[in-house]
Design a protein around this ligand. Sequence first.
Ligand SMILES: Nc1ncnc2c1ncn2[C@@H]1O[C@H](COP(=O)(O)OP(=O)(O)OP(=O)(O)O)[C@@H](O)[C@H]1O
Ligand SMILES: [Mg+2]
Length: 305
Amino acid sequence: MDPVIQQWINTLTHGDTPIHLWPIHVSPTKKILSLEQDSRETLLVYSKDNAYDRYKTYSSCTRLVPRPYTILLNKETFLLEKIPGRLIGDQVYEKLHQDDQHGLTRLIAKTARYTALLHNDLKHCPHLPRPASWREVLEERCSLALEHANSETREKITRICDTLLQADAATTTPNYTGHGDLHLYQIIDNGKCLYFLDPGGEPDTKKKPGPEYDLAALIRSIEYVYETISQLHRPRIPLRHGIQTLLALYTEIQRYNLSSLAIGYIARLLYEYYYEKHYETGLEWIPEKHLYYVARDQHLWLGFY
Ligand SMILES: Nc1ncnc2c1ncn2[C@@H]1O[C@H](COP(=O)(O)OP(=O)(O)OP(=O)(O)O)[C@@H](O)[C@H]1O
Ligand SMILES: [Mg+2]
């Protein structure tokens, strides 16, 4: 057994009641075990990625983020409130797979509304790190993407980045920091409301983007689900239906800036390319394909910058 996990168990078994532990998630940056004691469930999180501080800060701003409890050995090992429920990503996948347009609309509408509510809470929170300018966000993600690009992709990324970095919109700085790494598999639906997991930014980045980045990342996440399903069959529900629902329902509660959304979309795409390549997930073909679309239709995107 992993010595760190063994140490957790030793720390925890000082009491008399038996503890049941089982792994529920392992990723490049995090291990999560489910822990049951006295019929009470929590999560045991082991993360080298500052997750404790991020959860602490965000959950002090909003009830829509789970609360971290005790630090066990050091900040890398802590207990986290467990939210029972289903991931939005799994549900969206299911509805798309079943061509259930009504169900899909309902889910995306709920996601959009809760994202807007999350942003409302974050907007007024004094503890969050200051957001970076769009130029800083973009520069960081451009250089991460270039770390792994082959010569053909490198040329496209350089061209996209050069154009974008000159855009007026890149000089603006958002008013507040968003979630920073939002996707459909970071949102849990407990039947009543939605909870946002893993707040505070993407692994290996320092520049914190504004709320439009979250919205862009959700659009990208819908596109990911489409790409994955398309390997099996072509969904009948058009992609634009999901994106339109997301944006329409979000704007019932919050405004967004279209230029920032376009920059956020490309910055997120570049980050995804970096992430999939760097962590060798085998999914780099998804952002790569979409980077090619952006490079091909750059004149269309230019209108939004
Ligand atoms: N508080 C929670 N309550 C219930 N389930 C959780 C909770 N936190 C995490 N999980 C489960 O663990 C999974 C991974 O969590 P998290 O996103 O924090 O890890 P990660 O390493 O950042 O993964 P990824 O890179 O896929 O985002 C979630 O998708 C969810 O299924
Ligand atoms: Mg995560």
